[in-house]
Design a protein around this ligand. Sequence first.
Ligand code: BES
Ligand code: ZN
Ligand code: ZN
Length: 501
Amino acid sequence: MKITLETAPAAKLECDALISYVFEGEQGKGNIVEGVIAELDKAAGGLIARLATSEEMAGKPLEMTLLHSLPGMSAQRLLLVGAGKREKFGTSDLRRMAATAVRYLRARSVKRIGFFAREANRDAATAEAVTEGLLLGDFDGDTYRTDKRSGPIESAVLIGFASGAEAGLERGKIIAESQNFTRALGNEPANYMTPRILAERAEAMAREAGLAIDVLDEKRIAELKMGALIGVAQGSVEPPRLMVVTYTPEKPIAGAPVLGLVGKAVTFDTGGISIKPANDMEKMKFDMAGGAAMLGTMRALAKLKPAIKIIAVIPSVENMPGGRAQKPGDVQIAMSGKSIEVINTDAEGRLILADAIAYAKQLGVTHIVDAATLTGAVVVALGSVNSGVFGTDEAFTQRVLASAKAAGEKMWQLPLDDEYRELIKSTIADIQNVGGRWGGAITAAWFLREFTGDTPWVHLDIAGTAWLDDAKPWAGKGGTGVGVRTLVELAMNFPTNSTGK
Ligand code: BES
Ligand code: ZN
Ligand code: ZN
């Protein structure tokens, strides 16, 4: 979709459909057809106002009113989207509304659209959110369908914006395209997305974006003695890969922090010898969503150019049962030297992340954020609304939470009290990889913490948020690309002094 900014008057914009929005009126009073919408209504001879009076259009959130061939308007259709209460309206609503409108119009074979911003929403931040919404809504997850149900929108013209909104449009494009890149990786079936293929996709992305990339193969992984990662990988005929993608600013600041982004990329999680039930197992192709989020984030950062150096470390394996697979009770020695008793081979994400975290530290990162579809327990706790957040450094954790808020991605902090550490004590090794039935998301986070040492670290458990089970008006079923917007926001605003505070 080609998106441009123009200054054309709304009534004169030629396109298949012009999108705008109406706020809900206060009960019993207030005309919802006001401001620039009232001006359009005037041109249309009062047709819009009549719909409002008949209460067919009330401005309720995401209510759709599609009007054809209005007199006085050059656009073939006018789509008025309900925006809900004006006081509650923000950039997240704009993003969602734009995405919903695109999905609605795509289904009606519309190709050329316009988006008319309302009086109070004309700045760069609005242009960014709208651009993101349009591109996210236009994403299709039907890669392998031979009878495509609807084609993409060809062009979108943003009108009604203030000068200076152009920068928002550009930023929105970069971020949404990167989030869609992450979504597409997550949707790939595991036969088209092995660790080797993921590494190739990462290499192609890095080449295109101008990022440095180092892909470690099984030989180099063995040389580094990444026993925890190798233990998971050994059950599969597909060899593991460890991707290291680096962004270096043009003018590096001496002593500035180096942000490490570590993402779990299990291209398929059968559970291994502790095999998962057949029901829903097909979903485990998205167990690489954390790694995909880090690749999408790096893609965006290469274009947005933050002030600090960023290193993404993405361990990738296939977790399979087999003659060589590790067995419950096996002990593995991690790269850090810690011994791990593998009680359950299905708790594999934390094993590969343990070695990736150790390697990121060796590469010199001063702060770490990891993202992983790590536990079913976080889905029990938070459902599919919030990602779980854990951290060792409160200031850093709050910074990540603030970034999530600004980016419109919901995240909720969960505790990491010392008492939970007891649950992963092993009888024969330093630590065991599961902590029993209760507090599963917390014991998983505690396991990771054991490998972070004193490096400030935040863990995002995205098991409930990286995949949409049922289509929403603003997004189709499948990968969500969660994490990308938050991590871009975090990196772009990261302090450049040595403490990172
Ligand atoms: N990839 C799963 C976690 C998961 C579950 C993601 C559901 C998305 C939806 C992870 O590797 C796993 O299997 N975790 C186990 C841990 C348990 C064995 C301690 C789990 O959550 O059941
Ligand atoms: Zn698992
Ligand atoms: Zn997993």
